[in-house]
Structures are given as C-alpha cells and as structure tokens.
Ligand binder design. Structure first.
Ligand SMILES: [Zn+2]
Length: 242
C-alpha cells in the first residue's frame, strides 16, 4: 500500500519515491509514497511530474485511487518509468494551491449556509478558483446570495484555522454536526474518518486538501445561483486574490 502525504500535509509539494508497479494498459504507475491527491469529494486529481534520479521525466496527467493505492497516469507517447526506479514526484503546485483555496472556500460557504439558514449540502464540484455547491434550499434570491457572499468573506477575514483530523469511525459518528454531511453513506469497512474543521464554523467528513487558515483563500465572489429542482438550489462561486 502506498503512503500519501497529502492527507496529513496538504503543503507537501514533492516527495522522493520508488516505482513499485507499472500498468502498461492504463499507462500508470504506483509509487511507494506520493503527494498526489487522487480526486474525490468534488476535488479533481492533481497533475505534475515524476523526475528520475538517473535522468528523464514523466508528465503526470492525473491520479486515481484503486483500493488503497494511488495510481499516477503517465502522459501517453513514451515509456513508463521502470519498476524500482527512484523518482521525485512533484505537483503542479500553483494548480493544487488554487484547488485548496477553492475547496476551503466551498466549506466556508457550507458552514455559513448551515449556520444562518440550516440548509444542508447535497453536492458540489470545483475547478481551480471556481466551484459550485448544491443546497436543500426552498427559496433563493439575489439579495440572499449577496448576503451569503458577505458572510463568507467575513469568515475569510476572521482568518479561522482549518484543522485536519483522522478519527476512529465511532468517535466521528458521535459528532452531531457530521451527520448532516454524507458520513452515513460511508462504506461499513471504513474504520477511520478524516475530518476537516474550520474552527468555530464548520466540521465535515472530507478527503480533500485545504489551506491552513481561511485568510489564505482570498476573496470569494458568488457568480450565480440557479434552481436545480423544487428543493435544490445551486450557488456558484469564484475565488480571486484578496
Ligand atoms: Zn470538501
């Protein structure tokens, strides 16, 4: 099983690693250790490169989880690095950091909407610096999203700490706040649950990578809202430099 540093240290941009398996058909390699986020929870997988200790480099166009392993998709058109090769796995850091800012912004949005309107989240998705989130919300208006935008930026200005924890399943399930997220949909076999806490605002079961403080997000702009059915409303955001 490969070790992934991103779950405990989102700021790790690179790691030394050994290629332990190669899959010619998928054009992908498995490393003993990585910093690549494999995608999930609305956050796209990382991109980057592998740089060989004895020369050569390979473009990584994405990463995917297979069981507990994270496979790195190597750009087509060349040989895969050899099994046992020593490499440095490097992220496209600018892209990843933008995804961290965006993901954290969406959690601030979730926290504000839950605190002020008791509306829970039904889904979400993101790209670097833009994202959307769907809420169980009966009525939405321009005035209301304007107010939400203002409250979100107040939480950014408060520079709240964002903490990562990995809890035993039972302990996590005992946290009432976590029930509103999709924690109860987690497969039975999962014994540990990773949580992301925006201290004083929001707590969710989450696998993604986040900034350490809300002040690092920048400005959040609500760029639109739309109805996705009687009860579901979608809010779109953009993250800009603060
Ligand atoms: Zn999330």
């Amino acid at each position: 099983m490969s070790e992934n540093v991103c779950y405990t240290d989102a700021y790790a941009r690179q790691t030394e690693a050994t290629v332990i398996e190669a899959d010619q058909e998928a054009h992908a390699v498995l490393l003993d250790r990585t910093v690549f986020y494999p995608g999930g929870g609305g956050q796209p997988a990382d991109t980057g490169q592998l740089v060989g200790e004895s020369g050569g480099s390979w473009r990584i166009t994405g990463a995917r989880k297979r069981g507990d392993d994270i496979w790195h998709t190597v750009e087509e058109g060349g040989e895969l690095p050899a099994v046992n090769a020593r490499v440095t796995a490097e992220l496209d850091w600018e892209r990843r950091h933008r995804l961290m800012r965006t993901h954290s912004a969406l959690h601030v949005l979730c926290g504000v909407v839950w605190r002020d309107h008791q509306a829970s989240v039904t889904g979400g998705n993101m790209e670097p610096l833009s994202g959307r989130m769907d809420f169980e919300f009966e009525t939405m208006s321009g005035d209301l999203v304007g107010e939400i935008e203002q409250r979100v930026n107040e939480e950014v200005d408060a520079d709240r700490e964002i903490r990562v924890a990995i809890l035993p399943r039972e302990e996590a399930l005992a946290i009432p706040d976590l029930i509103r997220t999709k924690i109860n949909l987690l497969p039975e076999g999962i014994t540990e649950i990773r949580t992301i806490e925006i201290v004083g605002l929001d707590l969710q079961a989450d696998g993604g990578t986040h900034v350490a403080h809300t002040g690092e997000i920048g400005r959040v702009r609500v760029t639109g809202y739309e109805s996705k059915g009687r009860i579901n409303k979608r809010i779109r955001i953009e993250v800009v430099d603060g």
